[in-house]
Each structure stands twice: as C-alpha cells, then as structure tokens.
Design a protein around this ligand. Structure first.
Ligand code: GDP
Ligand code: MG
Length: 143
C-alpha cells in the first residue's frame, strides 16, 4: 500500500481562509479526495494524534496550536502518495520550503505551518483510521 496519505489543513490555514487554495493545489497535483471533514480537535484527541512527539519540547505548544480552531483532515489517494504529498507541501519550516510548495505559500513559521502530511505508508494508514471510519472511506469513485 503506497497510495494513501493523511493531510490536515491546520487551524492557522483554516483561520486565514486558505482551505480552498490548499485543496486546489492538492487536487491539481493529482490527488483524489477520499474523505474529508472539518472539526475542532479536543486536547485529548490532539495529544493522541501527536503522541509520537510527546517527548519533544514543543509538544504542548503543538497541542495548543492544533486545538486553537477547526482543522480539516483529508484522506488522499494517489500513487506514491506519502512522498508526493510531502514534496507538494515542502519542508516543515517554510523558510526552508521550496518555491511553490504549500508551506512556502501559506505557512507562517516552523510551528504554524499550515498543513500536516503523513511521513510513511504505515503512519498514513494509522492516521487515516484515526480520523475516518471504514464507512467514510468506502469507495467513493464508483465506475
Ligand atoms: P512535519 O512532519 O513536517 O509536520 O514535522 P514534524 O513531524 O517534525 O513536527 C510536527 C509538527 O510539530 C510540525 O508540523 C509543526 O507544526 C510542529 N513543530 C515542529 N517543530 C517545531 C518547533 O520547533 N516548535 C514548535 N512550536 N512546533 C514545532
Ligand atoms: Mg511529521
């Protein structure tokens, strides 16, 4: 399985009204939206989602950021999804992100960086299941 990834349009980008522009970049890059929702993360949900970072000094700030307003998790499908999507969004720090990438265009800083992307196929699977039920992921492109 290397055709799925989880994107999140983070609260700063939602607040700045970039949902449409970011989804346009994603779909123009060839990704299909498999499932999508807008939601307010609770502290417990944000902590659980970012549990891998719990020992990092920025963990509490990250949880506070991700609960600061609604976000938009999106399950995406494309061949080579994880790698291609991370290329599309650019480096974690927008100062280091390539021209034309989502983070170069819409992120404010390394902390407030507009979007999330899964970092491996295994994590993509875990992260997609974190936000979407089987029913929500049912084939939505019937022939
Ligand atoms: P990503 O995979 O490119 O999103 O980056 P990481 O997995 O390393 O970090 C997860 C998220 O934590 C990033 O997207 C940022 O929102 C946040 N983050 C990363 N580094 C820092 C930092 O030094 N300070 C703060 N406040 N947040 C950070
Ligand atoms: Mg990461």
């Amino acid at each position: 399985m290397n055709n799925k990834t989880l994107a999140i349009i983070k609260p700063d980008a939602v607040r700045d009204n970039y949902i449409g522009e970011i989804i346009t970049l994603i779909t123009k890059a060839g990704f299909k939206v498999k499932a999508m929702k807008m939601m307010q993360l609770t502290t417990d949900v944000a902590k659980a989602f970012y549990a891998v970072h719990k020992e990092r000094p920025f963990y509490n700030d990250l949880v506070e950021y991700m609960t600061s307003g609604p976000c938009v998790p999106i399950a995406l499908e494309k061949e080579n999804a994880v790698e291609d999507y991370r290329k599309l969004i650019g480096a974690t720090d927008p100062a280091e992100a390539a021209e034309g990438t989502v983070r170069k265009l819409y992120a404010k800083s390394k902390a407030f960086n507009a979007v999330h992307g899964s970092d491996s196929d295994a994590n993509a699977e875990i992260e997609i299941s974190f936000f979407f039920s089987k029913e929500e992921l049912i084939n939505n492109y019937p022939a």
